[in-house]
Design a protein around this ligand. Structure first.
Ligand code: HEC
Length: 152
């Protein structure tokens, strides 16, 4: 029994340390991050029905360059700087022959909930916590612009 007590003390220390580490990271996670442009714009729109028609603006293009181009490429051709590190190549957003076999809802879901949600690769991240619904609808429109094709 005595032999065990240093080990117990050690374990307790490790426990304390890990609690303090976890405590710290939780604390920092609670710190408010600066609001994204899309959020500060009109938070009330977030979960509500999107205003029709969805219009692609300069801000939409900027959002694409900011969040999507590193994989999908500056022109959406699937050739972003990260593309070669992914096990599944990012979708080429200019390839009409494929994209016209997909619906806008499928795009929306893939963007909001990630590739897995539409039976695609998990290396397409989910953006629902980063981008508002209206921004995602704009991105879907923008992809339709890039491929110059219509939804299925
Ligand atoms: C980390 C890399 C990465 C980033 C960043 C990324 N994507 Fe993707 N995306 C992928 C990959 C990989 C696929 C292909 C998944 C597959 O074919 O299985 C994909 C597929 C897609 C698809 C097609 C889904 C389908 O039906 O085939 C859409 C639409 C899409 N991405 C939109 C976006 C948008 C919009 C953004 C930015 C908000 C974005 N992606 C950011 C990697 C990425």
């Amino acid at each position: 029994m005595k032999k065990n007590s240093p080990t117990l003390i050690l374990q307790y220390c490790v426990f304390l340390i890990s609690v303090s580490i976890i405590g710290c990271s939780e604390k920092s996670a609670e710190e408010p991050r600066p609001p994204l442009k899309a959020e500060s714009h009109s938070p009330a729109l977030m979960e509500e029905a999107i205003p029709e028609p969805v219009v692609v603006t300069e801000k939409t293009r900027e959002t694409y360059q900011w969040y999507c181009a590193q994989c999908h490429g500056i022109q959406g051709k699937g050739d972003g700087i990260n593309a070669k590190f992914l096990t599944v190549p990012p979708r080429n957003h200019t390839k009409a022959s494929y994209l016209e076999t997909r619906t806008d809802e499928q795009f929306f879901e893939a963007i909001k909930f990630g590739g897995l949600s539409v039976g695609r690769a998990p290396c397409m991240p989910a953006w629902g916590n980063t981008l508002s619904d209206s921004t995602i609808h704009e991105l879907v429109r923008y992809i339709r612009e890039l491929c110059q094709c219509e939804a299925l």
